[in-house]
Design a protein around this ligand. Structure first.
Ligand SMILES: *[C@@H]1O[C@H](CO)[C@@H](O)[C@H](O)[C@H]1NC(C)=O
Ligand SMILES: *[C@@H]1O[C@H](CO)[C@@H](O)[C@H](O)[C@H]1NC(C)=O
Length: 167
């Protein structure tokens, strides 16, 4: 006959083993979770478009940013930082990146959203390169986990063009 102590110990061993297994499965499922986020951005309006006295172009846009980033959230996600950048090429730089908007998504329930907004940060070029410029709008994100490494990715939306004339 087994003593009570022996049985308790055996139970504990089973419990610990199951717990370890569950942890392993959880972190594996986090690694193998392949997120399928989506985003669309419409430029609803060009509010104004000017050349400053120093020669730099600046434009103000009204945007409709919509995204579904719910699949980025797992049991291990603390929050997600997102920003929308205008990206374009100039003779000086192959990549100019101007952040237009950002936000912090604290939970999965808030990760499917649309926002109608003018650019939160100024869209200024280091020169006068914006007239008629083709550009991309890229939604970047950084996933901050509860444990483990942060990771980042993006969705590039191409095919946008700025107006030919100041207004
Ligand atoms: C913004 O986009 C969303 C999703 O595409 C759409 O449902 C909504 O009506 C749009 N809002 C405006 C103001 O265009
Ligand atoms: C814009 O997006 C297109 C298509 O993904 C890409 O080929 C191009 O290099 C991008 N332009 C910039 C300036 O990042």
């Amino acid at each position: 006959m087994h003593s009570f102590g022996y049985r308790a110990n055996a139970l504990l061993t089973v419990a610990v083993t199951i717990l370890a297994l569950m942890c392993a499965i959880a972190s594996l499922s986090d690694n193998f979770n392949s997120p399928t986020p989506s985003a669309q951005v419409q430029v609803l309006n060009i509010n104004w478009f000017q050349k400053h006295q120093d020669g730099n172009d600046e434009i103000s846009l009204t945007l409709n940013i919509s995204a579904n980033l719910q699949s980025l959230f797992t049991w291990n996600t603390k929050q997600v930082f997102v920003f929308l950048a205008a990206e374009y090429e100039t003779p000086m730089n192959s990549l100019n990146q101007v952040s237009l908007w950002d936000g912090i998504i604290p939970a999965k329930e808030h990760a499917k959203f649309w926002i109608h907004t003018s650019n939160k940060y100024r869209f200024i070029d280091q020169g006068s390169n914006l007239r008629g410029k083709d550009f991309n709008l890229t939604l970047h994100w950084h996933v901050m986990p509860k444990t483990g490494k942060m990771f980042a990715d993006k969705i590039v939306m191409s095919g946008y063009r700025l107006p030919q004339d100041y207004r």
